[in-house]
Design a protein around this ligand. Sequence first.
Ligand code: GLU
Length: 429
Amino acid sequence: MTAIYTKGVDRTMHEFHNETFLNAQRQLDYVAELMNLDAGIHERLRYPRKALIVSVPIKLDNGHTKVLAGYRVQHDQTLGPTKGGIRFHHEVNLGEVAALAMWMTWKCSLLNLPYGGAKGGVCCFPEEMSLNELERVARRYTTEILSIIGPEKDIPAPDMYTNEQIMAWIMDTYSNFVGYAVPGVVTGKPISVGGSMGRHEATGRGVAYTVKKALEKLKITTDTPTAAVQGFGNVGSISAKYLHQLGCKIIAVTDVQGGVYNPEGIDIPNLLAYVKERGTVVGFANCDKIENSELIALPVDILVPAALANVITKENADKVQCKILAEGANGPVTPEADEILNQKGIFVIPGILANSGGVVVSYFEWVQGLQHLFWSEEEVVQKLHFLLGKAFEEVYDVHTEKSVSPRTAAMIIGVGRVANAKMLRGLYP
Ligand code: GLU
C-alpha cells in the first residue's frame, strides 16, 4: 500500500473516513489481496474520483431560511459515466455517500453496465417536510450539482426517501438550465416524463429473483419457504410482494414505526393496501408486534434487510438464523458480522447483486431515453431477469470454484472488470 502515513495513521483523504466508508474500503482491500490486484490500481480505487459538498439553502413554509448539506460523490469513471441514487435522510454524510458510491461502482461492473459508481444525498428530515419544501430542496440541490451531472457525465436516480416526483423535478431543473428537455440526466422518472416500465418495482423484483436463484442453488425445495423483511419502503415492500408471489410465507415485517408478526404468514396483498392508506405496517390485522432485533433473529429461510446500513453487526450477527440473507439495502451487514454469517454457513446475497435490479432498469431507462424508443414491461422484466441471472451464475461459479463467500465472489468479478479496464486505459497523463 502506497498510502501516505503520518505517524502510522493513514491520513489519505481522511475527510471520507467514517465507519461505512472504512467498511467499504476494507471490503476492497480484502479482495485486492486475494486477487493479487496491481498496487497502483488498488490505491486509485480506494478513493472517490470527485466529491462535491454544497449548501442547499431553502425557504421553509414558515418563512425561515435553512441551509442543508448536499453531497454528490463520483467514485470511478473507467467504464462510463457515473450512476447512482440520491437520498434524503438525516444521517447522510460525506463518508456514507462515498461508501455508497464505491459500492455502485462494483454493482454496475458486476452487472456489466457501462457505468462507474456515484451517490448523492441531502441531510434532512424528509418525513417532516412539506411537498413544497421537498421540491425546493430537490431543485436547489440539482442547481448546485448541475456542473457535474448530465446524461454523459453522471446520472442520478432514486434512493432512500426520494421517488419519481423528485426525479421529475431534477429532470425539469436541469432541462430549464440547458434550454431543452433532457430525460437522460436522471432515471427513476415517472413514465410520463420518460421513465421506464418496471423501474418502480425493479429493485424489489430483483431481490426476489436473486432469492429464487439462491433457493434453487441451495436446493431448498420446500413449497413455502419462510421469510422476514426489515424495512417496508420501496425495496422492502416490493421484495415482500414478489417473494409472496414466489410462494414464500412472510412471517414478519418491520418499518420505522414498528413491526408485525404472524407465524402462519402475513397477508401481503392486504398489507400493501393497508400501508398505502396508513403509511405504516403497525396495527395490521391478525398480527402480533415485533421489534427489529427480534425479526433479525427469527428462524426463517430468507431474511431481507431492506432498511439502513450497518444493522447486522458483530453484536447481533450470532443471533441470525436464516439460510439465505438477501441485502435489499446497501451495506446492512458490517465486515465483522459478515465473517460470523459466513462461519454459520448463511448464504449472503450481497447488495451489489441482490439490490442491483434498480440500477439495471435505470440503465434500461437511460438507453430507452437516449434512443427515444420505449419497451414494454414484459421486455424490461425479461431483460432484467437475463442480466441478473447471468450475474448470479457468475457469482455462484466463483463462489464454488474459489471457495469464497458470495460477497467476495461478487467483488472479485466487479473489482476485476474495473481494474482490467483501468489497466488498459492507463493512468493519465
Ligand atoms: N439507488 C439505487 C441503488 O442503490 C439505484 C441507483 C440507480 O438506479 O442509479 O442501486
